[in-house]
Design a protein around this ligand. Sequence first.
Ligand code: NFE
Ligand code: MG
Length: 521
Amino acid sequence: MAKRIVVDPVTRIEGHLRVEVEVENGVVVDAWTKGTMFRGIEKIIQGKDPRDAVYIAERICGVCMASHGWTSAMAVENAHGAILPPAARLIRNLLVGALWLHDHPLHFYHLSALDYLDVLAIAGYQGKDQNLLTVKDKIMKLVEAGDTAPLTPRYEPDDFSIRDPEIVTSALAHYLQALQIQAKAKKMSAILGGKQPHQSSIVVGGVTIYPTDQQLEQFKQLLEEVVDFVKKVYVPDVVFFATGPLLSLAQAGFGAGTGNYLAYGAFPMDDSGREKLFEGGFVSSSQPEKVQQVDLTKITEAVTSSWYQESLPAHPWEGTTEVDLDKSGAYTFVKSPRYNGLSTEVGPLARMTVARHKPFLKLVEEYAIKPGAVARHLARAQETVLVADAMFEWLKDLEHLLKRGKIHNSLRPDIHDSKHWEPPRRGRGVGLNEAPRGALGHWVEIDDHKVKNYQIVVPTTWNVSPRDDQGIPGPIEQALIGIPVDPHNPVNLVRVIRSFDPCLACAVHVISSDGDKMIRI
Ligand code: NFE
Ligand code: MG
């Protein structure tokens, strides 16, 4: 008989996620991902001046906020037909690029690596490396004091856990180092964003910051330090894990998704915005060799399994956010976005797949790695290098503009000067972008200079989506079905879930203070 396992909350992700699975003979036969908080940001934006949407939208989350701010500005700019000035494009790329350099290493070390390490094996470290001995000493003192958070609590180590004291100690040393690197990357975002979290320099039409030489110099120094860590520590660690201790999981395609991948593309490389660092595209499991152009009309969101008033699957232009907590069959506040009716994965693996990124594909071929949890980590690390390298180029281009005295007029065009520009009386706009976790879209409808409707489809909504109107499970649900699980130690569940780096704060929002009753609006 099937045994039901519930993990609630799934820790070491952003926001609150509950996962239920049924296990038969040690294998997951069915799965449900449940976002149990309501977001409602879209409703808060309704009726506001479209230029304010940037600042409200980015409060959806404490992680990828600049991505939301930027994408919101894009949507309103699109409604207006605005063209971004060159310096603003570079500053946005740098500001948000710093967010990626913060986010991806954090995900690997602080959220995911512990799933694969027998942390307490550090006690067996016998090497002579002074730095590693210090780390061992620090951690053993915590263990002796009975205070091992945040390394514990955890599921028990299993056959896939790395127990070699040398590897474990080195990984934990990098865990600690990554905490400091994160802070530096955040500082980079703050230099150009005015503050962190929640930047304040991206405005509709451009940016407000006029960086000084000193600020750019400081940014550059931090960039060099962070990129040094990314290239010498983070990427080698991920490649080592993926092609060494975790190779059997990687080759087995442990935690494979639906095989459908979507990316919108991100980081404009020229002023037309057509060429991008990450190209957009769609790949389906039925034609894995073909990268199709994204057709936005193929995007719909179903609410069959979600606590929203029932309606047919709708394009985000037509989407609504009306809560219905009594709906039978519903089990989550997350909607079910679908591309051409297909349950579709977004994120680093999708981006590297649609971009046919050579360094990633070379590794995958050389080691016969299949799409799945380990491939997601590998894709995330490979794309961090792409962003890191591009940032030096953007910085150079920005310095060049500054030297030529071109920057002043190219930060904000007339459209942002409130004397000259008002939001269009009516119109529609869409912002399509990539956040660290995947394809991000904001859709705005403006009427009488105010936001009439606003819909956000975030990466985690794609990945954590529930069953749609056809009963087809979402990508994480499908990735869980078929994996082996020990009901007494379901560490494999969280290994797969965390490989998607879900952020439920983005996918949903707001809970009532008594906790067990969901908010009614
Ligand atoms: Ni809250 Fe996000 C990212 C967005 S959610 S972190 O990256 O958009 O998937
Ligand atoms: Mg939405």
